[in-house]
Design a protein around this ligand. Sequence first.
Ligand code: DP6
Length: 329
Amino acid sequence: MSDDLSAAARAYSNIAFIKYWGNADDALRLPASGSLSMNLAGLHTTTVLRWSEDLIGDSLTINDQIAQPHALRRTSAHLDVMRERLGIRHRAEIRSSNNFPMGTGIASSASAFAALTLAATAALGVELSQRELSALARRGSGSAARSIPPGFVEWFTGASHDSSYAETIAGPDHWDLVDVVAVVSREHKRVDSTAGHATAASSVLQSARLQTVEDRLRMAKGAILRRNFEQLAAVVEEDSNLMHAIMMTSRPALFYWQPASLAIMQAVRRWRERDGLEVCYTLDAGPNVHCICASSDAQVVKSRLKAIDGVNDVLYSEAGPGAHLIADE
Ligand code: DP6
């Protein structure tokens, strides 16, 4: 073991085409269903982590600011999982930075926990398989499991810690799809996904979603493998609508959409059905609208989105790589 127990890792956010919403096991973050996503090359977290026996506690900065206590608690809880796996008692000093707005339904926890997991192992000189890294990242944030492997990724439900991990179904170069994110709000969301997952089962619609999710996973996977945009668009929008229907009918009800979100969804359908643009929408636990489109249509989509009232900003991202180590910055 060298003296310098530090490493730097970068991981990319991902956008789910078939959503993760609700856990079968909250403590282990075993999801109620499988999910499917695309990593986002333009939206990433970079994390530098140093383990030391001399530290009295873990510390965390995010974008050079000392993190809020709840963020540090969540990070420390994940480090406890890592400490147990790695057989150490060291505390860690962590510097993390995002190149995108946090807490707006753009999955910052996915890239954050994927980068943290990789940095924590690499800092100790431990090389884990992609599968094990993915399962471990899942313990920090479910969607982080999908930010470990590259490209288009499927996360298997699994019935145990080891069997719930994500795997690439096609590399980032397989299909030049782009995620053009219409940013409607940069405000921190009031109910985060962790709290949301816990309410999913209170919606009478959740069981119907779970009964049919395997069909949607098969359809989405087939559409990706065959690069069939029309089929992908249909199943991606249906799955997003279903998840939001569950959110809206949970106890308490969760409404993430804002008026501008709905205006964008309606516009996207028109652009596809009337104008023949290859574009479809999907929303996570926030009001921002991810517009998945063919790269050839991305510029048109971007300028049309900017013209919609309530759109503050537009982010652009191609399919991205998996989590990887970088030279310490
Ligand atoms: C709506 O992975 O953020 O974005 O495990 O509690 O961190 P935690 O939840 P998280 O949930 C993501 C929910 C979603 C859908 C998705 O990305 O599949």
